[in-house]
Design a protein around this ligand. Structure first.
Ligand code: NAD
Length: 503
């Protein structure tokens, strides 16, 4: 991306042709490696949101009536195009987000799995049929699309998280308006171009960039039927309350504080590898990152030693350098906020056993760098534990027993992901049963469900009733109808004011 590049909306099958908005209605997009402004992204006003929703509303009747065969043809074509352009998408993501390219490629691959799932939509939309529910009367169920659906997504997965939503929504016959993160908006525009190339009719998929003004208009717009949100817990709660207050169906996935419980019988080398990979991958900017390791006595000291050794060896540098394992953080203010927790943790009595501020960095000093840090002897009262830091800071807590570890995890207000490391099948089975978290890993640190299962947390990690993608996604983007039919039955018995019974 060249300096001063303008990134604008995608409305009605093409880039938005409006005038450059005045200063203040656009945002800066950074190159996190150099810290320089790489471009500007337009922020949609309420009127521009209305244009996008109008385009989606106009496109709806034709797309709703498109045969399942036609919809799947477009989905298959889109799948092929995304597959062919994976490397380009990964480069775009890495350039604006900062994550290393292998990680960006992984995110595109996980997003593609949802497209592949959505290619099976004819099977997923099959209803039920009951013959002779009454004499010569049949009954059957149908799931129909909702209309214009909206996705509002976070910076940390600029391709995958939108792809949790729109392939399923569009496959179900809806039209879609995406409001991606203003921090890394370019991947969404490439995806829009690929939809157009795949033959999706104009207006079925639209992108508006922006901020709170943009989001607020989407939440109140009368033509918007459903909102899928992924982001931090305070905004998720806000979107859920405002969206449902305006009569919309809303699923709002929030923040996380994911624990990894290490039982005394676990393979400590495996557990240390997993804690470092899941704690520092994508610089800890993952909703499924491990941020709290709960070491059950007596293995705490040995585990921390192994985590320290591995952390010291991590290579931090630009995402485009194949030898980098961790890139910079997304923006300067975010890096500063994450770094402020290192002082806060020490002040509150945790032991900073690895200080990322001293870690060797393989990039320009002006980039948004912060090396990986490890705190030991963290307690649930400390801000490093309570807050979602969303950066490369791993906290280790000590627990005297299995029961104390489970109690600690279950007391967390977040409920996105959790992992247990053990060689004891009985303990693992008990853990999966007792833990109050939406996604559980057993010797798997980042248990992101496959596309044909649904993704979502519990408690303050999800507002709403349904998780994303999988059959719950299909359910979210459709509503049910049941038809009761009698055909050409001369024996209806004439006028009868009684309530219909099934005999
Ligand atoms: P964020 O909440 O700041 O932003 C998410 C979206 O909301 C963006 O599109 C943003 O423009 C918009 N937004 C921001 N402030 C707003 C406001 N005041 N009013 C209306 N809209 C607003 O989140 P982020 O920093 O982009 O992403 C990181 C967060 O997302 C972390 O908390 C992470 O845990 C969470 N996340 C959760 C999941 C999950 O599956 N639960 C997945 C990915 C990320």
């Amino acid at each position: 991306m060249s300096t001063n590049e303008r990134i604008t909306h995608w409305i009605g099958g093409k880039p938005w042709a409006g005038v450059t908005p005045p200063e203040g209605r656009r945002g800066e997009v950074y190159d996190p490696v150099t810290g320089e402004v790489a471009g500007f992204v337009d922020f949609a006003s309420a009127a521009e949101v209305d244009e996008a929703v109008a385009a989606a509303s106009r496109a709806y009747p034709e797309w709703r009536d498109a045969s399942l065969a036609r919809r799947t043809q477009v989905l298959f074509a889109f799948r092929e195009l995304v597959n062919a352009r994976q490397a380009e998408l990964a480069r775009l993501i890495s350039a604006e987000h900062g994550k290393v390219q292998a990680d960006a490629a992984g995110e595109v691959a996980r997003g593609l799995e949802v497209v592949e799932f959505a290619c099976g939509i004819p099977h997923l939309l099959k209803g039920g049929f009951s013959e002779n529910v009454s004499t010569r009367v049949d009954s059957y169920s149908i799931r129909q699309p909702l209309g214009v659906c909206v996705g509002i997504t976070p910076f940390n997965f600029p391709a995958m998280v939108p792809m949790w939503m729109f392939p399923v929504a569009i496959a179900c016959g809806n039209t879609f308006v995406l409001k991606p993160s203003e921090k890394d908006p370019s991947a969404s525009i490439l995806l829009a171009e690929l939809w157009a190339e795949a033959g999706l009719p104009d207006g079925v998929f639209n992108v508006v960039h922006g901020d709170k003004v943009t989001v607020d208009r989407l939440l109140e717009h009368p033509a918007v039927r459903a909102v899928s949100f992924v982001g931090s817990t305070p905004i998720a709660r806000y979107v859920y309350e405002n969206g449902t207050g305006h009569g919309k169906r809303v699923q709002a996935l929030g923040g996380a504080k994911n624990h990894m419980v290490v039982l005394p019988d676990a393979d400590l080398d495996l557990a240390a590898d997993a804690a470092v990979s899941a704690g520092f991958g994508s610089a800890g900017e993952r909703c499924m990152a491990i941020s709290a390791v709960v070491a059950v006595d007596p293995i705490g000291d040995a585990l921390v030693e192994k985590i320290k050794e591995r952390t010291a060896e991590l290579k931090v540098g630009p995402g485009f350098d194949d030898s980098s394992q961790m890139g910079p953080l997304v923006t300067g203010p975010h890096r500063d906020k994450v770094a402020s927790y290192l002082d806060a943790g020490v002040r509150e009595g945790a032991r900073l056993v690895v200080d990322g501020r001293g870690h060797p960095i393989g990039g320009p000093a002006e980039g948004f760098w912060l090396g990986p840090s490890v705190f030991d002897h963290v307690t649930p009262q400390m801000s490093v534990y309570r807050d979602e830091i969303f950066g490369p800071v791993l906290s280790v807590l000590r627990a005297p027993s299995y029961e104390a570890a489970v109690e600690c995890v279950n007391a967390s207000p977040y409920g996105n992901g959790v992992a247990v490391f053990t060689n004891d099948g009985g303990a693992a089975r008990r853990f999966q049963n007792e833990i109050e978290i939406g996604m559980v890993g057993i010797n798997v640190p980042i248990p992101v469900p496959m596309a044909y299962y649904s993704f979502g947390g519990w408690k303050s990690s999800l507002f709403g009733d349904t998780h994303v993608h999988g059959t719950e996604g299909v359910h979210f983007y459709t509503r049910g109808k049941v038809v009761t039919a009698r055909w050409l039955d001369p024996s209806h018995g004439g006028v009868n004011l009684g309530f219909p019974t099934n005999r």
